[in-house]
Structure formats: C-alpha cells, structure tokens
Design a protein around this ligand. Structure first.
Ligand code: ADP
Ligand code: ASP
Ligand code: MG
Length: 815
C-alpha cells in the first residue's frame, strides 16, 4: 500500500483539487491500495487561528473572516461534488460550520483562547478538507472511505504540538486499514488525546500524520505531494538558484527540516526511518518531475554539502557563570527545565574559557525561557555567581547540512569565510555532534544575503550573479548599460539613478524600460541611493559611479563600510586629499570590498593594473612619463599635422564631443594633473594635487573669460603664437605634446617639444601613451599606448573591472 499526502497549496481550491484527484486516479491504477492524507485547504489553518484570536479578543471582525472561509469551502463543494450529492455535502459542511461557530461564540463570551480551544478550532480545517475531497473523489466514480483521523491518531494533551502515543496509534491504524480497502482519505495534523479531546501535531504536521500511517501499516512508500519539485538545495523562495535533490538520507532531511526547510515536517522522518519506508517528495503541479527520495544511506550529490536551511525569529539566551560555578551544571539544569516546559532548544554553543553558554530558541518562547532560568537560578543570580541572563533578538539560524561533511576538513571554514566576505556578522556558531550540520546564528537582516552567498559558495559559482547599482547615465553610463546587455557574465542592474530619477529592482531592471522607469521616479540624492542599496543587502553588490561628481564620492565611505565594491571612472576620489584617499583604500581592504578604477587613467588601457602588478611583484618604478589626456592628445595631433589654427582645432574637438562642454576644463591641465597624481599614489608617493606642477597651456586671459564664446574669442588672439611655435619646431622635425612626468618623487605637467625619435612623436587621434621605466625595465621603458578617451573604451574598461570582481568570486578564496 501507498500513502499519498497532499499539502495546503495542493488542495487550495477546486482547480488544484482536480489535479490531486487525477494524481490519485493514476496511482490507483498502479497500486493495490491507497491512503490519502490531506492538509486543510491552503491558508485555512492560518485563517482559523486569526478567527480564533479575533473572537477571543471580542472583535466582531471574526465573522467576516469566517464567512470568507465558509465560502472558500462551499465554492469547492459546488465545483467538485456531483449534483446528486452536492446538497447533502453542503448540508454536512453546514453542520461543521455551525459547530465551529458555536466554539467561536463560546470563546467570544469567555474572552479567552486556551491552547485546547485553539486546537479544536484549527482541526476544522482538516476535518472539512478530508470530507470535501472524499466527496470530490466519489464524483469521479471512485469508491472512497472517509476516516476521522482523531479516532486513530492518539496523543497526550500537549495542545498545539501533541506527542503521539505511538504504540496505541499504530495498533489502531493497523487494525483499521485492511488490505481490501482500495482508497481511504483522512485529514493530517489532527488527533485526539486519551479523553477524545481534539489535539494537533504542530504546524505543518500533516506530513507527520502520513508517516505515522505509513509506518503503522508498513506501506511501500510515503509520497508527500507539495508545490515544489522536491527537497531542494535551499528554500527556492529565498534562493532562486536552488535546485532539487534526487536522493537524500532520513538524517539529512531531518536536519534540513529542523533548521527550517518547511517542505517536510521534522518529525516525519522517524516513523519512516524505523520501518525503512522511503519518503518521496513530489510536485502536484509538475507530477512528471522525478522529485526527491528520502531513504536510508547517503545522498547521491557530488557537492560537499546537501543543502542549506534557515530559521527566522530566533532569540539567543546567554547564560554566564561568574564565580566558578560549573557551566556544565548550569546547562544541565537549564535543559531539564526547558524540556519540562516544552521550550525547544535549537542550538547551543559553549565558550569554555568564558564559562558561558548561548542557547538559541524560538523568539516566541524567549520570555518564558528567561523567566524559567531566572526562577531556577534566583539564588545564584542574587549572589552574583551568575551574570544576568541576556536575550538577543532579531536573529536567524542558517545551517549547512550534509552527510559528506563528516570528517571533511575545511567545510565550516568555507562557510565562515563566505559569511565574512559578505560582511555577515556571526553571533554564534555550532556544529551538531553528528557532524551532519554546521550552523550559525546571524542577524535576520543578513539572512537573505547569507543564504544566497552560501549557496553560491557550495553549489557553484556559475550560478552567481553580480548585482549592479549604477549611478550616472551620461555617455559612459549609457554605453556601459548597452555593453552589460551583451556581456557573457551574469549580472543585473538592481539600481539605477541619474539626475532625473532613480529606480530599484532586485530581479534586474529591464534595460528597455530604463528610461521610462527613471522618468517615472523622483530623483534622489547619492546618499539615499547608497542607503537603499545597502538596505537591500544583496550579495555580490557592486556600485558603479559613472559620474565625475564629488557629491557621489562623498558616499563611497558608507558603501565600502557595507562591504560593497565600487567600480568607477570618476577620478575625484583618488585625486582628493590624501587623507580621504587613504581612508577609502583602507576601508576597501578592511571590509573585503573591491575599489576598482582602471579607467581613471588612460580610459580602457591597462595602466593602473600594470603599475599595481609591477609594484606588487617587487619592481621599483623610476619614472613615469605620458600623454594622459585623450582630448589634449587629439588637439595637438591634429594641430601639429594639419593646417588649422589652434582655436579651430579646439572648436572642432568640442563639436565632436571630445572636450568637456567648457574646453578650458581640459586645457587647464587639471585633469592630467589628477591622473598623474593617481599614478603617483599608486606607486606609494604621498602627494597632494597642489604638489603637481602644471604648466598652463594658455595665458591667464583665456581662463578668465566670462563665457565659452568669450574664451574662444580670447583664444583666437593666441592662434598666431601657437602657429609660430609650430613652424619653428617643425623645422627641427618636432611636435608639441602635453606631457606628464613623475620622477624622483616630483610630478609635473609641461608642454614639450618632441623629436621624431621619441616614442611620443607618433600619436594619432586621441591616443594616450604611458612609458614606465623601472629597475627591470630600465633600458627600454614599458610602453602602453592606445585610445585614451571615448565612451566605448571607457565603458569597456569599467565593465572589465566588474568582470574581474565576478572572476574573483568564482576562483578565489571561496574554493
Ligand atoms: P505543503 O502545503 O505542501 O505542506 P509547505 O508550504 O509546507 O507545503 O512546504 C513547501 C514549501 O517549503 C515550498 O514552497 C518552499 O518554499 C519551502 N521550502 C523551504 N525549504 C525548502 C527546501 N529545502 N526545498 C524545497 N522547499 C523548501
Ligand atoms: N494545516 C496545517 C498547517 O497549516 C497542517 C499542515 O498543513 O501540514 O499547519
Ligand atoms: Mg507543509
């Protein structure tokens, strides 16, 4: 015989119940007998609890919720039950509703909600569902026996989570179910005590009912039909990348369930395991999927761990002996009182040197637990032999589970490393004595991030996604967005902002809709943008600053502190005061975040990287020399080779979009000075921007002109000077180049005459060139040359930095 259990979502409404009946019909063809266990219709148990709570607090709202609940059941009856039995079924249901209503009225009058009364109210969910589905099955011409579970499942009177009298229950079940019965149906979750008073087995307890029935009659298999493809590597509602496991052991399933995998109730495994009956987890909405088999032996995965679970609403009690009182003695007493008061201990850790013990329990039991400890240790607390009991809330437990962990070193290291890298603080850690789990207590705010990061660390980097937060959609920003769309690396834009608006979407903002989304939202400050990004707390978040604004740089500090990496072409941070520069770089290191800015110098050319590699490999930089401005490179290249006047060339460069809107921002040499400063700092020089000597390209008059037009007018007056100089040096086959030099700790930017045999002579377009002389490259410098400006190459460089973060995730540390 087989047991088939269907959960709340599988029987939530008439359509779903029809699917369930199809599955039952198919199973009937293959099996000699079936016992079907059903949960209440989806949402009903929650609603019954709500109704009970409203009624007992004398709130008439309960009637509305009750009406809805009644119409949910009547609706199912009308759709599913044959016309000749419909009336009778509705009438029978009506009797149940009346009984339920009577109980609620009693509660209303008493203004009291006892656990015993609550169990009675909750039991109507399964009483009704089993009865209605039985009638619906009959409408499909199957004979079906309705069973009131309360007559067969016997428990103690621990209402809310009653303990089953296994011996008695097995006898009753085995007696009742005979091989000739082809199909029976019963409600899960509900039972009764020795006095026939209704009890329940704890939330989600229908799985347990199915297992009890299966074990009692030695079923060949217990099938749990739910709304997912099986037991998965993590809760799929929390970790999108989770995938189903083909086979796991009873012990692993038990551990996963203990730490919150709701897919199966933790008590389900024991009855099945003792009788060696496999439990199959199947999806009602995808019956073809092979599902998960829970059975004896090992899981068949090739991963270090089997799965990850998490449990929210945790409180941590810390008990500390301060005067030599043995912590072992204290612990023993605590466990004793906890077990007597039904306080479930989820996890314990003991720091022996501190004489302290931390106990994780469900938050709803925290007050009861604290009071109990304080009562038992009243004398010790008064005598200060124990420190006051502290309770920390808003915590979650995350646990990795798996049989393969046993005896394999480094797994907990990998877990804690992953949490550390992702800036998740550990409040407590514990390893189960069976070595089947390692668990960590963390802040609930970090739970989603932790789960995703751990999943990625143990189940494959290919599933990792970089979550980008991009600010600035100008030329570089918008080009970057296009390039991201075509990139092979999995990344999504979770936040986007420009001066007009900002939008967020943790699933990724569709780039087609970005303009609409930005236009539809109010603009927010950089600070607010950063705050929202930090609050989302997504793993592998990267902040991309595609502006040149100092206002944005002001929020880098908080971003790095949150462990979020920054990628930017914005030079303002690295050329700011040395104090800020150092602070940001240190924060990045301390918080395990990357701060990448390859495009600060030479656009997409690998200048910074090369320098960093030289320094890191122990080479010593002697001199750096370069044409560092794509704009100025373009201006001098065109001017030197052609016949145009200097002002004409500048005007043309402006028209082509090669200069800033005000070309003086390029011509004042400050941009080059910033780049040189950044290179200087990269090789360890403690320079400030004002220490970079800049030879002005133009006379002061040009810079003081009131408008851009006035500037061009002023510039024209110097065309002749430039022309004369050009002619004069042309005779010596020389050209003008605006060159940045770093040597002997000094940084300067000057306009130089360059002869034909100099590597800087042959430049075209907006080429940059950087020559680095080092101890190793002393005869011929290491030269990097190529396009040093333009949105495509700059955005490409930014993207390369982002990709390097992804690659690091895949290959580094977490291996
Ligand atoms: P039912 O109503 O069928 O009893 P539950 O809602 O109790 O179903 O359990 C199924 C849910 O368990 C899934 O929808 C899923 O969100 C959650 N879940 C938590 N952890 C896991 C896991 N490791 N594998 C699969 N599902 C999980
Ligand atoms: N209906 C009960 C609950 O919601 C039992 C179950 O579904 O397993 O907790
Ligand atoms: Mg369930």
């Amino acid at each position: 015989m087989k047991i088939l259990k269907f959960g709340g979502s599988s029987v939530a409404n008439a359509d779903n119940i029809s699917k369930v009946i199809q599955i039952i019909s198919d199973a009937l063809n293959e099996s000699s007998g079936l016992i079907v266990v059903v949960s209440a219709l989806g949402g009903v148990t929650d609603n019954l609890m709500k109704i009970a709570s409203l009624a007992s607090s004398r709130n008439d709202e309960y009637k509305k919720v009750l009406d809805l609940l009644i119409s949910q059941h009547n609706g199912a009856i009308k759709k599913l039950v044959d016309s000749n039995r419909r009336k009778a079924t509705l009438k029978a249901a009506q009797i149940k509703y009346a009984e339920l209503n009577d109980s609620l009225q009693g509660m209303y009058l008493l203004g009291e909600l006892s656990p015993r009364a609550l169990d009675k109210i909750m039991s109507f969910g399964e009483q009704l569902s089993a009865y209605i589905i039985c009638e619906a099955i009959k409408a499909k011409k199957h004979r079906c026996q309705f069973v009131d579970s309360r007559t067969l499942i016997k428990t103690d009177d621990n209402f809310g989570s009653a303990n089953v009298d296994i011996k008695k229950t097995y006898e009753l079940l085995a007696d009742y179910f005979q091989p000739q019965q082809k199909l029976s149906i019963m409600g899960g979750f509900i039972a009764s005590d020795a006095d026939e008073v209704t009890t329940t087995l704890g939330r989600g307890g229908s799985d347990y009912t199915a297992s009890l029935v299966g074990a009692a009659i030695n079923a060949e298999v217990i099938e749990i039909w739910t709304d997912v493809d099986g037991v998965m590597t993590a809760d799929p509602s929390k970790v999108k990348e989770a995938f189903p496991l083909a086979q796991i052991s009873y012990e692993e399933a038990g551990e996963l369930a203990h730490f919150g995998a709701k897919v199966i109730h933790p008590k389900t495994m024991k009855p099945a395991r003792l009788k060696n009956i496999p439990i199959d987890i199947k999806n009602t909405f995808n019956p073809q999927a092979s599902g998960t088999r829970i059975c004896k032996g090992r899981s068949d995965q090739n991963f270090q761990i089997t799965g990850i679970s998490s449990l929210g609403n945790i409180a941590l009690l810390c008990v500390q002996s301060s005067n030599g009182k043995s912590i072992g003695e204290i612990a023993a007493k605590i466990f004793d009182i906890f077990s007597r008061r039904d306080i479930e201990v989820l996890l314990i850790t003991q720091a022996s040197h501190e004489h302290a013990i931390s106990i994780a329990i469900h938050k709803k039991q925290a007050v009861k637990a604290k009071n109990a400890i304080e009562k038992v240790f009243a004398l010790e607390l008064k005598a200060k032999e124990m420190s006051p009991i502290s309770v920390v809330e808003n915590l979650s437990i995350v646990a990795i589970v798996g049989q393969r962990m046993k005896g394999v070193p480094g797994i907990s290291g990998k877990l804690f490393n992953t949490l550390g890298i992702n800036k998740v603080n550990l409040v407590a850690i514990a390893q189960g004595s069976s070595e089947l789990n390692v668990s960590a207590v963390i802040s609930s705010d970090d739970e989603p991030k932790a789960l995703q990061a751990i999943h990625r660390a143990f189940f494959g980097a290919e599933k990792a996604v970089i979550n980008l937060f991009v600010i600035g959609t100008g030329l570089v920003g918008s080009t970057l967005l296009k390039q991201i769309k075509d990139s092979q690396v999995p990344m999504r834009i979770c936040g986007l902002a420009n001066s007009k608006g900002a939008c967020f979407n943790t699933d990724g903002i569709p780039l087609k809709l970005k303009d609409k989304k930005l236009a539809g939202a109010a603009p927010i400050s950089a600070g607010e943008f950063a705050q929202q990004m930090i609050q989302l707390n997504l793993p592998h978040s990267v902040f991309v600053d595609c502006t040149s604004s100092e206002e944005i740089v002001a929020v880098y500090e908080s971003i790095l502190k949150a462990g979020i990496s920054i990628v930017t072409p914005n030079k303002k941070a690295n050329s700011a005061a040395l104090k800020l520069y150092r602070k940001l770089h240190n924060l990045a290191k301390e918080n395990n975040a990357r701060f990448l800015y390859e495009t600060n110098v030479g656009a997409g050319l690998p200048v910074i990287h090369t320098l960093q590699n030289l320094v890191a490999s122990g080479d010593e930089v002697i001199k750096i020399e370069g044409v560092l401005s794509g704009t100025l490179s373009y201006i001098f290249n065109v001017f030197s080779l052609g016949n145009k006047k200097f002002s004409e060339v500048v005007r043309e460069a402006k028209q082509k979009g090669y200069t800033e809107p005000d070309p003086r921002e390029d011509l004042n040499g400050k941009d080059v000075a910033r780049k040189l400063l950044i290179l200087a700092r990269e090789i360890g020089l403690a320079l400030e921007l004002k220490q970079v000597q800049v030879e002005p390209l133009l006379p002061a008059k040009c810079f003081s002109a009131k408008s851009v037009d006035a500037f061009f007018a002023a510039l024209e007056k110097f065309d002749q000077d430039f022309e004369n100089r050009k002619k004069q040096i042309a005779k010596q086959h020389k050209v003008l180049r605006y060159i940045a030099v770093l040597e002997k700790g000094k940084a300067s930017v000057t306009l130089q005459e360059i002869s034909q045999n100099h590597p800087f002579y042959h430049l075209s377009g907006s080429d940059n060139i950087i020559a680095i002389s080092t101890k190793r490259y002393n005869n011929t410098p290491l030269v990097i040359k190529g396009p040093g400006a333009g949105a495509e190459v700059t955005a490409g460089g930014v993207l390369a930095d982002i990709v390097s973060i992804f690659n690091e995730l895949s290959y580094e540390k977490l291996k």
